[in-house]
Design a protein around this ligand. Structure first.
Ligand SMILES: O=C(O)CCC(=O)C(=O)O
Length: 298
C-alpha cells in the first residue's frame, strides 16, 4: 500500500505530537461501529432522552454505579464486536501505524469505545468537565516511545467532548518537568501554564498521538453525543519476542479474549457480559489474525 502520510503531515507530527489520518475507514464501517455501541448500551439513539439511560460508573475508583457498562468519561466496555475488529483490521489504519512506528510488524490494542452524551441540567451525573492525564508513569527514566489512537465515528465539533491534548508537550516535557515539584503527580500534569487544545474532527478521522502528550477528552457542551473507538498498535517488543513464556501468556490472553468476546485482563469489563452472550467471535482477515497474534509476523 502507498504511504498514507505526506511530508507535511509528518512534519506536523514531529512538531505537535499528534497526526490525523482522514477517511481512515469507509462510512459503512463507521455506521456499523456506531450501531454496535448503541446496541451494546441497549439505547435507542433516536430519542435524546435515551442517551442518558445508563447511569455512568465513576472513574477511576468505580465507587458509583460499579456495574454500569459506561463510565463518566464515556468509556464504553465493548471490546470484541465485529464492527470494532473491522476497523482494527482495516489496512489503511495499519498502514498509518506502520508509518509512525516504521515497521509493519504490529499488534493492535484490544481497547474499547466512547459515547459521551451532551451535558444538560437534568443529568448532572453526565456533566463531566473532561480530563487530562498520561496513561504512563512519567517519573520513569527513560520514558519509552509509544503511541495511542482514537477513531472519530461521527463528526465531532470542538465543544463535543472529543480528544484534547497539550500539543508539542512531547518535546517540551523534559524542560517543563524541571520546574515541577518533586512530589508532582506523574499521571496528570498541573495545567498551570500549559495550553489544552480540543481537536475537532470529521467522521473517519484517526488521531494518533505520542503518549507523552498530556491528553484526555473534553466537556460535551454541544447538542450531540460524542462517539469514538480507541485503536492503537505497537511492535511486538524484543523483550517479549525473546521471552517465550511471556509471549505465550500475552498471546493466549489476547486470543482467548477475542474468542470469548471479553476484555483482556486489566480492563473494567462489562458485568452483563453482553458481548459474550450476544455476539459471535469476530471474523478476522489475514491481517487481523496477525494484529491479534493468532498468526505471527514473519
Ligand atoms: O477520549 C479520548 O479521545 C481520549 C481518551 C484517553 O484519554 C485515553 O485513551 O487515554
Amino acid at each position: 500500500m502507498n504511504n498514507v502520510f505526506g511530508t507535511d503531515q509528518l512534519r506536523f507530527w514531529e512538531e505537535n505530537g499528534y497526526i490525523v489520518l482522514q477517511n481512515a475507514v469507509p462510512m459503512e464501517n463507521l455506521t456499523a461501529a456506531v450501531d454496535a455501541i448503541w446496541s451494546f448500551l441497549e439505547i435507542d439513539p433516536s430519542n435524546p432522552e435515551n442517551w442518558y439511560s445508563q447511569p455512568p460508573r465513576r472513574e477511576p475508583s468505580c465507587t458509583k454505579n460499579p456495574n454500569s457498562p459506561i463510565s463518566e468519561y464515556g468509556m464504553v466496555e465493548i471490546y470484541q464486536h465485529q464492527a470494532l475488529w473491522d476497523n482494527r483490521q482495516y489496512p489503511r489504519i495499519h498502514q498509518a501505524f506502520s508509518e509512525v512506528w516504521k515497521t509493519e510488524k504490529l499488534w493492535v490494542t484490544l481497547n474499547r469505545a466512547n459515547m459521551k452524551p451532551p451535558s444538560r441540567p437534568q443529568n448532572p451525573e453526565w456533566n463531566h468537565p473532561g480530563m487530562i492525564h498520561w496513561d504512563l508513569d512519567t517519573s520513569q527514566h527513560p520514558i519509552p516511545f509509544g503511541v495511542q489512537g482514537v477513531l472519530y465515528l461521527t463528526d465531532t465539533a470542538e465543544n463535543q467532548g472529543g480528544f484534547q491534548c497539550v500539543p508539542g508537550f512531547h518535546r517540551t516535557f523534559y524542560e517543563w518537568v524541571k520546574s515541577q515539584p518533586a512530589d508532582r503527580n506523574p499521571k496528570a500534569p498541573d495545567l498551570n501554564g500549559l495550553e489544552v487544545k480540543s481537536i475537532a474532527g470529521q467522521a473517519g478521522d484517526l488521531i494518533i498521538w505520542h503518549r507523552l502528550l498530556a491528553h484526555g477528552n473534553g466537556h460535551n457542551t454541544s447538542t450531540q453525543p460524542r462517539l469514538a473507538q480507541y485503536i492503537s498498535m505497537f511492535p511486538i517488543s524484543l523483550e517479549i519476542e525473546n521471552n517465550i513464556p511471556l509471549l505465550k501468556q500475552e498471546r493466549s490472553d489476547r486470543i482467548e479474549a477475542w474468542r470469548q468476546r471479553r476484555p483482556t485482563s486489566g480492563w473494567p469489563g462489562d458485568p452483563r457480559d453482553w458481548e459474550h452472550h450476544n455476539c459471535q467471535t469476530a471474523q478476522l482477515t489475514p491481517l487481523g489474525r496477525k494484529l491479534l497474534g493468532l498468526d505471527m509476523w514473519k
